[in-house]
Ligand binder design. Structure first.
Ligand SMILES: O=C([O-])[C@@H](O)[C@@H](O)[C@H](O)[C@@H](O)C(=O)[O-]
Ligand SMILES: [Mg+2]
Length: 425
């Protein structure tokens, strides 16, 4: 059944923006992060919708194929759009293409491709109805969506370049200094440390130092499955009473389940459970107690709310995962969290790591206050495309020469012996 307003065109623009040398279990961030900006043009004059997704070439070509199939469909017919996306991928069983440097490869390709189209359609639906996207998701339950201070071990600058404005963070003192700067800038009230970089004892020390420096602030540590089950149990013991959750200490549902049997704190994941098909096995084994939603791989905002319902039913809590992203994603994340009651942990965001002036949206639409983003009131997502800035970041994409995120290869340029195999400790 077709709706009044139809999809006339879909424009997908790959973009790049400057990134800092952030360290993780599989390597280090390259000088540029890649994203794709999706614009859906409708049959109604002046009404367009925006979505944002990964910029890896595998994903881009999947999106381009799907885009051809959704032209002519109704902007309200997201069921038909999902079906068209599934049909555009029938023989494509390859994994990856998710801009996560090999850390999350088993999420559903259809959900990843569908997500920016769904967000763009919700933007359109909101604009047509004159209401913000959060109203289409059940209405806001919070006016300010809280985010966490997402700390990274990092080099002072990319090799061969001057130090960036954050400088190095390679020990507990450097991490505390980074936290002071980010919390000073944004007012965040929870802290997440990306681990899996140094031996676990050193990362445990960093958390203990953070706990002393920021008494009462909820803390999290995420080594991206760099530890064995035994090491994870040791870390869990060391951090008892110090972290609100421990994120992806060990690989796979079975590994998480084994750690969960002994850990006193909840275990969270954006690696072991990344698709609906993973939920039954995880629930049966009580492997994770917190699922990190991410609309970019859970199939958009409405499917993320289905995940929220499943979590509520089975007594799991919900948080939100992030990767390097721009303003359209931040708007979508904010609308989702504002309208999802049990998404009540401070969400992750890589926002502080991008240059403040680099984005594709018109300035001023998203306002940071008190550790969170004020939920926009304007119709749709509440952000508009700045076409000049989009053109600049597309130019950067063409010039930077990157076609996919590859933290490992970049790391090996400077440390040829670097081995990303996990678990490592
Ligand atoms: O940006 C990074 O290096 C992170 O490690 C990211 O890629 C992860 O997907 C993520 O933030 C996580 O929570 O695992
Ligand atoms: Mg994680």
């Amino acid at each position: 059944m077709s709706s009044r307003v139809t999809i006339k065109d879909v424009i997908i623009t790959p973009v790049a923006f400057h990134d800092m040398p952030l360290l993780n279990a599989v390597g280090v961030h390259e000088p540029f992060a890649l994203r794709s900006i999706v614009e859906i043009v409708t049959s109604q004059d002046g009404i367009y919708g925006l979505g944002e997704s990964y910029g890896d070439s595998t994903h881009l070509s999947r999106m381009e194929k799907a885009a051809q199939k959704i032209i002519g469909l109704g902007a309200h017919d997201t069921n038909a759009i999902y079906q068209a996306v599934v049909e555009s991928l029938p023989t494509d069983t390859s994994t990856g293409g998710d801009g996560m440097a090999g850390m999350v490869t088993t999420a559903s390709a259809a959900d990843k491709v569908f997500s920016p189209f769904e967000v763009a359609c919700l933007d359109i639906q909101g604009k047509l109805a004159g209401v913000p996207v959060c109203d289409l998701l059940g209405g806001r339950v919070r006016d300010n969506v809280q985010y966490s201070a997402y700390l990274f071990y990092k080099w002072g600058g990319h090799p061969g370049q001057a130090d960036d404005t954050y400088g190095p963070a390679l020990d507990p003192e450097g991490i505390v200094k980074q936290a002071q700067r980010i919390i000073g800038d944004y007012g965040f009230k929870a802290i997440k440390l990306k681990g899996g970089v140094f031996p676990p004892a050193q990362e445990v020390e960093a958390i203990k130092t953070l706990a002393q420096s920021f008494p009462g602030v909820p803390l999290r540590l995420d080594p991206n499955a760099a530890w064995t089950v035994e090491t994870s149990k040791w870390v869990a013991k060391e951090l008892e009473g110090l972290v609100e959750y421990l994120e992806d200490p060990a690989p796979e549902i079975e590994g998480m389940a084994a750690v969960a049997k002994e850990a006193k704190m909840p275990l969270a994941t954006n690696m072991a459970v990344v698709a609906f098909s993973h939920l039954p096995a995880s629930i049966l084994q009580d492997a994770v107690q917190v699922v990190l939603s991410d609309h970019h791989f859970w199939g958009g905002l409405r499917k993320s709310q289905i995940l929220a319902g499943i979590c509520a039913t089975w007594g799991m809590r919900l948080s939100m995962h992030s990767n390097s992203h721009l303003g359209i994603s931040l708007a979508a994340m904010t609308h989702l969290a504002s309208a999802t009651l049990n998404l009540d942990y401070a969400c992750d965001t890589h926002w502080p790591w991008k240059r403040p002036d680099e984005d594709v949206i018109v300035d001023g639409a998203l306002r940071w206050a008190d550790g969170g983003v004020v939920v926009p009131n304007a119709a749709g997502l509440g952000v508009e495309l700045d076409r000049e800035k989009l053109a600049q970041l597309h130019k950067l994409y063409l010039e930077c020469g990157l076609k996919k995120r590859d933290d490992t290869t970049y790391m090996r340029k400077f440390q040829p012996e670097f081995d990303p195999t996990c678990p490592r400790w």
